[in-house]
Design a protein around this ligand. Structure first.
Ligand SMILES: Nc1ncnc2c1ncn2[C@@H]1O[C@H](COP(=O)(O)OP(=O)(O)O)[C@@H](O)[C@H]1O
Ligand SMILES: *[C@@H]1O[C@H](CO)[C@@H](O)[C@H](O)[C@H]1NC(C)=O
Ligand SMILES: *[C@@H]1O[C@H](CO)[C@@H](O)[C@H](O)[C@H]1NC(C)=O
Ligand SMILES: *[C@@H]1O[C@H](CO)[C@@H](O)[C@H](O)[C@H]1NC(C)=O
Length: 451
């Protein structure tokens, strides 16, 4: 065995790592960390092959050629193809045909998206093929749009909702839709994600804003997407970079880290609390504010993003379902509860009927506590010290929330939500008071370690 004095090589860490097992564990952990980072690096390098500037530019070029041929159109086409005010920046994501491209539109960063790269890959609007002169009435278009929405969201769209607004806009236009307009609209409606964003556009601030479209590509606001490997999940540096440039947004990447020094330490923690509050507000909103509850079945940092004002936004809604569709999805044949898990949405198996219950037994709140909040508010080796009773209380509340399914006991779920809300608000207030009281709190570097 080692003489104890030589064994305590990690004393400087403040941990009494004198035992061999602990040291081995630390080494293993380090190795594992290196391995993971390597994996992420390799993954990103491989994918950058498929996501080259060349290829993305060619895709957009084809869109413009088809625009000039009158095959497709949209309110952004002019800026993309003629005045060049919509400018390609970089490729964000190419996978399974899905294209996500970062661009700049009149000085504002935007993201261009399409489920498929070619316009011709979308199903064509069938009425166009049967009728030579497409003087479709606006009501026909609304009817088709409603069918499409119903299909893709599993919703019974009522007369009074969004399509009515559309038909109003159609009537105001006064002239019939052109072939290119119909074909473009149709290609967009085939993208469930677009339909989803568009329908919830004016109803929710937790859904990404659609700014316009050209052909099968639509532009959404540029947001700061979450990443599991980021210490705070969202790159907070990028926010202060964005807001520092007073709305012009173009300098987002040129920001350099003055943020993490001085008062930024306090700021950063408050920002996380603010984002957590926005998550809670989103949970409440999706639960109560639509005619059907909205279930998020794939909750991970990558599927959310934040705006400059720290509102949380759902950016990947492939796995978001309204109650009726959720019930359809959950009602499966089963022999045990394991058969009733649909990603983050689970129900119970009725072993007499061999059928999964149609009601989800867990909740958005439970999964967000488990997959997001726990990352921020878990006891850590260095942060578990006493002296921050509010933080310890928050950690307990998050733990409790993550372990309570909450889909069936509405009251219990409500109480957990209220508790989290109260704690976060209190912490934010304290943070504010501390910052005011101490001015720029230089001496308190320990707060940086609490995350
Ligand atoms: N509005 C946006 N702002 C910034 N980045 C975005 C935005 N939308 C998507 N992204 C980036 O593109 C990636 C893929 O987009 P996403 O729509 O989530 O594709 P998928 O549904 O295939 O996961 C995201 O992980 C995110 O990094
Ligand atoms: C898209 O169109 C281009 C050119 O017409 C073609 O080379 C490419 O294979 C098409 N891609 C898909 C996925 O159909
Ligand atoms: C929808 O509402 C409008 C007026 O609000 C009405 O004229 C129309 O008949 C309704 N359509 C259906 C299918 O209910
Ligand atoms: C579920 O089980 C029923 C009878 O038990 C059967 O008729 C049906 O086809 C099954 N469905 C699926 C999707 O396996």
């Amino acid at each position: 065995m080692w003489p104890p004095r030589r064994g305590c090589i990690l004393r400087w860490l403040g941990l009494r790592v004198c035992r061999r097992t602990t040291l081995l564990f630390a080494l293993f952990w380090f190795g594992f960390w290196v391995f993971l980072n390597g994996l992420v690096f390799v993954h990103r390098t491989i994918f950058s092959d498929f996501c080259t500037n060349d290829k993305s530019k060619r895709v957009l070029q084809r869109v413009c050629e088809e625009y000039k041929q009158g095959i497709l159109t949209g309110d952004l086409c002019e800026d993309l193809c003629v005045t060049r005010q919509l400018e390609y920046k970089r490729c964000l994501y190419f996978e399974n045909g899905k294209k996500v491209i970062e661009a700049e539109w009149r000085g504002v960063p935007v993201v261009l998206k399409s489920k498929l790269e070619n316009f011709s890959s979308y199903e064509s609007f069938s009425l166009l093929e049967y009728q030579d002169a497409p003087d479709l009435s606006p009501m026909d278009i609304v009817f088709y749009a409603m069918l499409e929405i119903k299909n893709s969201l599993g919703l019974e769209v009522r007369n009074a909702t969004v399509p009515l607004l559309w038909s109003q806009r159609l009537r105001e236009r006064g002239r019939p839709y052109s072939r290119a307009e119909l074909a473009s609209l149709w290609s967009l409606l085939q993208q469930e994600e677009y339909t989803f964003f568009k329908v919830l556009q004016d109803l929710s601030r937790h859904v990404v804003k659609v700014l316009g479209s050209c052909g099968h590509f639509y532009a959404v606001e540029y947001l700061i997407a979450g990443h599991a490997w980021n210490q705070n999940l969202f790159s907070l540096e990028e926010i202060s970079g964005l807001s520092g440039s007073a709305g012009d947004g173009s300098s987002s990447s040129s920001f350099s880290g003055s943020f993490s020094s001085g008062h930024g330490v306090w700021m950063e923690r408050d920002m996380v609390h603010q984002i957590a509050l926005s998550f809670l507000e989103m949970v409440r909103h999706f639960e109560n504010d639509f005619s059907h509850r909205l279930h998020l079945c794939d909750i991970k940092p990558e599927n959310f993003a934040i705006r400059k004002d720290l509102t949380v936004v759902a950016i990947d809604v492939d796995m978001a379902f309204f109650e009726p569709k959720m019930q359809d999805i959950l009602e499966q044949n089963c022999t045990s509860d394991d058969d009733c898990n649909f990603f983050d949405c689970i129900s119970k198996c009725d072993v007499h009927k061999n059928k999964c219950g149609s009601k989800r037994i867990n909740s958005n709140l439970q999964v967000i506590c488990d997959k997001i909040f726990r990352h921020w508010f878990s006891p850590t080796l260095l942060g578990a010290r006493a002296g921050f009773p509010l933080q310890v209380a928050l950690q307990r509340a998050v733990q409790n929330c993550a372990e309570t399914a909450g889909g069936e006991e509405a009251e219990l779920s409500q109480a957990i939500q209220q508790r989290l809300l109260a704690l976060l608000k209190q912490l934010l207030q304290d943070g504010l008071r501390q910052r005011e009281g101490q001015g720029v709190a230089e001496g308190h570097s320990h707060t940086a370690l609490n995350f």
